[in-house]
Design a protein around this ligand. Sequence first.
Ligand code: DGI
Ligand code: FE
Ligand code: FE
Length: 190
Amino acid sequence: MNRDEAIRIVKPQLTDERFEHTLRVADTALELSECYGVSSEQAEEAALLHDYAKYRPVEEMKRWIKSTTLPKDLLHFHSELWHAPVGAKMLELEHGITDQSVLDAVAFHTTGRVGMTSLDMIIFIADYIEPGRSFPGVGEVRAMAKQDIRHACWLALRNTISFLLDKQSQIYPNTFYAYNDLTNYVKGGH
Ligand code: DGI
Ligand code: FE
Ligand code: FE
């Protein structure tokens, strides 16, 4: 799928502000794809589509979780998490997107997962560090992103977990699993 086609699919789904975020994520993902030898077409496509379901009504996302193969445990966690896996499923079923690597990068862009692929990490980090982001710790992740994307993901996950703990929010298991998985790499553990 080319850039114009992805934009045609996603633009009507988003606010102007979210669309601008999406374009910045795509630029950032393209840069990272060059650094890490990942297909620029897949990086751009996944980045442009990553927030496809962001503004779908919660009740509609709930129906998708219940009526498809998506993990049912999502229903016990904050609905903010749902747009990622539901978005991937909608892109598959509403738009016939079959590239599983792209669909996975969309599905796991909010939480990460064990064994993140390079494409998963590029989308996860591009979403986190795009130039419009200004939350605490983003500078450190930006600096690390071009040196070691795994380490950058570990830092971003650590920040997110710490932010969620401060807010007394629930934390979805994949967020912990991804963090633990990358801790093995960063800290050389087992
Ligand atoms: O959709 P975006 O705003 O571009 O970014 P995103 O898809 O990364 O969503 C970010 C939100 O998701 C942010 O408020 C933190 C939250 N989040 C990430 N991991 C978890 C989480 N929220 C909960 N409750 N649990 C998680 O594990
Ligand atoms: Fe998102
Ligand atoms: Fe996003």
